[in-house]
Design a protein around this ligand. Structure first.
Ligand SMILES: *[C@@H]1O[C@H](CO)[C@@H](O)[C@H](O)[C@H]1NC(C)=O
Ligand SMILES: *[C@@H]1O[C@H](CO)[C@@H](O)[C@H](O)[C@H]1NC(C)=O
Ligand SMILES: *[C@@H]1O[C@H](CO)[C@@H](O)[C@H](O)[C@H]1NC(C)=O
Ligand SMILES: *[C@@H]1O[C@H](CO)[C@@H](O)[C@H](O)[C@H]1NC(C)=O
Ligand SMILES: *[C@@H]1O[C@H](CO)[C@@H](O)[C@H](O)[C@H]1NC(C)=O
Ligand SMILES: *[C@@H]1O[C@H](CO)[C@@H](O)[C@H](O)[C@H]1NC(C)=O
Ligand SMILES: *[C@@H]1O[C@H](CO)[C@@H](O)[C@H](O)[C@H]1NC(C)=O
Ligand SMILES: *[C@@H]1O[C@H](CO)[C@@H](O)[C@H](O)[C@H]1NC(C)=O
Ligand SMILES: *[C@@H]1O[C@H](CO)[C@@H](O)[C@H](O)[C@H]1NC(C)=O
Ligand SMILES: *[C@@H]1O[C@H](CO)[C@@H](O)[C@H](O)[C@H]1NC(C)=O
Ligand SMILES: *[C@@H]1O[C@H](CO)[C@@H](O)[C@H](O)[C@H]1NC(C)=O
Ligand SMILES: *[C@@H]1O[C@H](CO)[C@@H](O)[C@H](O)[C@H]1NC(C)=O
Length: 622
C-alpha cells in the first residue's frame, strides 16, 4: 500500500520512493518498479499487482495497464466487445472483473493467453451465448459468474476445459434450454446456481455430469413438475434449493431419488400434500424447510424415518392438523417451526419424544387452549424447550381469548384448559336391517372436547376411519355408510370415539337381507372391495348371522340351463358377425391413422430438444 498510487501521476515517483526505502536495492528491482505504469483515472497497487478501473465510463480497456497485472477490475464501464487481442498481453492475469458492462460478444479464443485466470466475472452484461472455445484452456479457473445476462441456451462443451471450476453462476438469465453435454468437463464444480431462468423442466441429463456438485441453487423457476429421478447421479449433492416454484403442486415419490442431501429447501411452492414419500430416502437430512405452501395435513406415518433431522420448518403453510405420531420418525428433532398456520393444537404425542425438542415456533395459529396444550405451559414443559418468535395465543375457549400461553396461570388453567371425554349418544343398541344392494347407515354421534374422532370396526375387524374411502366410509358426523350392502356385511360393528381425554364405544348390529334371486351366488364371494389391513386390538367382532345360502337343485338346474342357452346364443351371433364381416371385407378401410399432438408441459420452449410436432399412430383392424 505504501506505493499505492492514485490517478494520473508521474510513474517515476513510486520508483524513487522504492529506492529510498530499499536503500541499495538492485537495479533490476528499480527497473521492474519503473515499468509499473497506471492507466489514467485508474487505481493501481504495485504490491498486489492490481489495477482497478471501476465505474470510469471506459469504452475499452484503457492504455497503460501493466502487463504483469494479476487483478484487473473493469466493472461498471461501457465495454461492449472482447476480441482475441484485448487481453492477449496479460499473461499473469488471475482475477478479471468485467461485471456491469455492455458486453454482448465474446470472440472465441479471447482468453487464450490468460491461462492463469482463476476468477472471471461477467455478471450484468448482455451476453446471449457462450460459444465453445471462448473459455477454452482456462484450466485454473475456479469462479465463473455469468449471471444477469441474456443467455437463452447453454451449448454442449461450453465449459469443457474448466476442470477446476468450483463455483458457476448462471442465474438470472433467460435460459430455456441447457444442452445435455453443456456441463461436461466440470469435474471440480461444487456449487451451481441456476435460479431465475425460463427453464420449464429440470435439466436432468446436463446436471448428471456434475459428479462432485455439493450445492445446487434453483430458486425462482416456473417448473411445474418433477419427474422421477430428476436429480440422478448427483451423489455428492448435499444442499438443494428449490424455493419459489409457484407452479409446483406435487413432489412425486421418486423425484428426489438418488440424492443424499443434508439440507433441502422447498419453500414458496403450491404443494398441497406433505411430500412424505419423496423424502423417504434422505436419511441424512438435517435441515428441511417446506415453508409457504398449501400443505394442510401431516398424517401419521407419512414422514417415515428421518433420524438425523434437526430442523423442520413449515412456516406459513396452511396446516390444519398434525396427527399424533406424525413426527415419530424424527428422533433428533430440535427445532420445529409451524408458525403462521391454521393449527388448533399441537399435541405432545406428535413427537417421538418432546424432550429432544429445544425450539418451537407456534405463533400465529388459532390455538384452542385445552388439555392438549398443557405440555407447553411453563410449569409442564420440558426445561430445555424455548418457544421462539411470536408467542402462541389462545383463540378459544372464550375465557382465554387473546391470552398468550406463556402468561397462563392457575386457576385459569385448571378451570378452562380442560378436555372432556367423548360421549356417544343416544346409548341404545342399534339393530339395523338392510336389503342387499341398498345403502345402510349406522350412526354414532359422539360429543366431547376436543371433538372426538370416530373409528368403526367392522365384523371382519377392518378399521374404517374418516380417511377411508370406497364402499364403506365414515361420514364427518361419525355415521358409518355402506353404499351397497352385501350379505357378508352382516354382523356387529363397533364405533370407537376418542379424544385426548379418553374414548367411548358403541356397538351396532347390521343384518343384510338377501334379495332371494339367483344373484346370491355372486354376492356370497365378493370381498374385493374390502381392505384387509386390520388386526383388532379392541373388539372381537362376533359374526351374528350365519351366512347360510339356501341352495336347491331346481335353482341350479334352471340357472345352468339359462347359462347354456345364452352361451350358445353368443356363439351363433359371433359366427353370424364373422360371416358378415368376411363378406364385407375389401370394401372397408382397415387402417386408421390418428394424429395427435402430445400435451406440452407449461411453456413450449422446453421441448426444443425433444422431437416435437404431431405424432402418428397407426391402427389396424383385424
Ligand atoms: C477489443 O478490441 C477491439 C478491436 O481492437 C475494440 O473494438 C474493443 O473495444 C476492445 N474491447 C475492449 C474491452 O477493450
Ligand atoms: C495453475 O495453478 C497452479 C497452482 O495453483 C500453478 O502452479 C500453475 O502455474 C497455474 N497455471 C497457469 C497457467 O498459471
Ligand atoms: C423468459 O421469461 C420472461 C418472463 O416470463 C419473458 O419476458 C422472456 O421473454 C422469456 N425469455 C425467453 C427467451 O423465453
Ligand atoms: C395453486 O393451486 C391452486 C389449486 O390447484 C390453483 O388454484 C392456483 O392457481 C395455483 N397457484 C399457482 C400460482 O399456480
Ligand atoms: C450420505 O451422506 C452422509 C453424510 O453427508 C455420508 O456419511 C454417507 O456416507 C452418504 N451416503 C452415501 C451413500 O453416499
Ligand atoms: C425457510 O424458508 C422461509 C421461506 O422461504 C424463509 O423465510 C426462512 O428463512 C427459511 N429458513 C431457513 C432456516 O432457511
Ligand atoms: C351404554 O350402555 C351400556 C349398557 O347398557 C353401558 O355399559 C355403558 O356404560 C353405556 N355407555 C355410556 C356412554 O353411557
Ligand atoms: C380407550 O380407553 C382405554 C381406557 O381408558 C384405553 O386403555 C385404550 O387404550 C383407549 N383406546 C384408544 C384407542 O384410545
Ligand atoms: C372366492 O372365495 C375363494 C375361497 O374362499 C377365494 O379363493 C377366491 O379368491 C374368492 N373370489 C373372489 C372373487 O373373491
Ligand atoms: C396381526 O396380529 C398378529 C398376531 O397378533 C401379528 O403377528 C401380525 O403381524 C399382525 N398383522 C398386522 C398386519 O398387523
Ligand atoms: C372371539 O371371541 C370368542 C368368544 O369370546 C372366542 O372364542 C374367540 O377365540 C375370539 N376370537 C379371537 C380372534 O379373539
Ligand atoms: C352357524 O351355523 C352353524 C351350523 O348351522 C352353527 O353351528 C353355528 O352356531 C352358527 N353360528 C351362529 C353365530 O349362529
Amino acid at each position: 500500500m505504501m506505493v499505492g498510487n492514485v490517478g494520473k501521476r508521474d510513474m517515476r515517483r513510486p520508483a524513487q520512493h522504492h529506492c529510498h526505502l530499499l536503500l541499495g536495492g538492485t537495479l533490476l528491482l528499480v527497473l521492474t518498479s519503473a515499468a509499473l505504469s497506471c492507466p489514467a483515472r485508474c487505481e493501481c497497487s504495485a504490491q498486489t499487482k492490481s489495477v482497478s478501473c471501476h465505474r470510469k465510463r471506459l469504452p475499452s480497456i484503457p492504455e497503460g495497464v501493466p502487463i504483469e497485472t494479476r487483478t484487473l477490475d473493469l466493472s461498471k464501464n461501457k465495454l461492449r466487445l472482447i476480441t482475441a487481442y484485448n487481453f492477449s498481453s496479460f499473461l499473469q492475469l488471475e482475477d478479471l472483473d468485467l461485471s456491469d458492462n455492455l458486453i454482448s460478444v465474446l470472440e472465441p479464443g479471447c482468453f487464450h493467453s490468460n491461462l492463469a485466470l482463476r476468477s472471471l466475472n461477467f455478471r450484468s452484461n448482455q451476453l446471449m451465448l457462450v460459444a465453445k472455445g471462448v473459455l477454452s484452456g482456462l484450466t485454473n479457473l475456479t469462479h465463473l459468474d455469468l449471471s444477469h445476462n441474456r443467455l437463452v441456451i447453454l451449448l454442449d462443451h461450453a465449459f469443457q476445459d474448466l476442470h477446476r471450476l468450483t463455483f458457476l453462476e448462471v442465474g438470472n438469465n433467460q435460459l430455456v434450454f441447457i444442452s445435455q453435454r453443456a456441463f461436461t468437463g466440470l469435474l471440480g464444480i461444487q456449487s451451481l446456481t441456476l435460479e431465475r431462468s425460463n427453464l420449464t423442466v429440470v435439466p436432468t441429463d446436463a446436471l448428471a455430469h456434475l459428479h462432485n456438485l455439493i450445492e445446487l441453487h434453483m430458486r425462482f423457476l416456473s417448473i411445474s413438475f418433477l419427474k422421477p429421478f430428476s436429480f440422478k447421479r448427483l451423489t455428492r449433492l448435499r444442499h438443494l434449493d428449490i424455493d419459489f416454484w409457484p407452479l409446483l403442486e406435487t413432489l412425486p415419490p421418486l423425484s428426489l431419488h438418488g440424492l443424499n442431501l443434508t439440507t433441502l429447501f422447498i419453500t414458496n411452492t403450491n404443494l398441497s400434500a406433505f411430500p412424505g414419500l419423496a423424502l423417504r430416502n434422505l436419511p441424512y437430512l438435517t435441515h428441511l424447510n417446506l415453508s409457504y405452501s398449501r400443505i394442510q395435513h401431516i398424517y401419521q406415518g407419512e414422514l417415515g424415518q428421518l433420524p438425523q433431522l434437526l430442523e423442520l420448518r413449515l412456516q406459513g403453510a396452511q396446516l390444519l392438523t398434525i396427527e399424533p405420531l406424525a413426527f415419530v420418525g424424527l428422533k433428533s428433532l430440535q427445532l420445529l417451526d409451524v408458525s403462521q398456520n391454521r393449527l388448533d393444537s399441537l399435541e405432545r404425542g406428535v413427537f417421538a419424544s418432546a424432550d429432544t425438542l429445544q425450539r418451537l415456533c407456534l405463533g400465529g395459529n388459532p390455538l384452542v387452549c385445552d388439555c392438549r396444550l398443557l405440555w407447553l405451559l411453563n410449569s409442564f414443559k420440558p426445561p430445555s424447550l424455548q418457544i421462539l418468535d411470536i408467542q402462541p395465543e389462545c383463540s378459544a375457549p372464550q375465557h382465554l381469548l387473546g391470552r398468550t400461553l406463556r402468561d397462563l396461570k392457575e386457576p385459569l388453567v385448571s378451570r378452562y384448559m380442560t378436555c372432556t371425554k367423548p360421549r356417544i349418544g343416544p346409548n341404545t343398541t342399534q339393530l339395523l336391517m338392510a336389503n342387499e344392494g341398498q345403502p345402510a347407515r349406522l350412526s354414532c354421534t359422539a360429543e366431547g372436547a376436543p371433538r372426538p374422532s370416530v373409528v368403526w370396526i367392522t365384523p371382519h375387524r377392518r378399521y374404517i376411519t374418516s380417511k377411508s374411502s370406497g364402499r364403506v366410509e365414515v361420514q364427518p358426523d361419525g355415521t358409518l355408510e355402506i353404499k351397497a350392502a352385501e350379505l357378508h356385511d352382516s354382523g356387529v360393528y363397533l364405533c370407537v370415539a376418542s379424544n385426548p381425554a379418553g374414548n367411548a364405544s358403541l356397538s351396532a348390529s347390521l343384518a343384510v337381507k338377501s334379495l332371494g334371486t339367483g344373484d346370491r351366488f355372486h354376492y356370497s364371494n365378493r370381498s374385493s372391495n374390502y381392505l384387509t389391513d386390520a388386526n383388532s386390538t379392541w373388539g372381537n367382532g362376533t359374526v351374528l348371522y350365519n351366512m347360510t345360502v339356501p341352495i336347491d337343485m331346481k335353482t341350479i338346474l334352471i340357472s345352468a340351463a339359462m347359462g347354456c342357452l345364452s352361451f350358445l346364443g353368443v356363439v351363433v351371433f359371433c359366427f353370424l358377425l364373422l360371416f358378415a364381416w368376411s363378406r364385407g371385407k375389401g370394401r372397408h378401410k382397415s387402417n386408421f391413422d390418428i394424429e395427435y399432438v402430445p400435451r406440452k408441459s407449461n411453456g413450449a420452449a422446453a421441448d426444443v430438444a425433444e422431437t416435437s410436432g404431431p405424432r402418428r399412430v397407426n391402427m389396424k383392424m383385424i
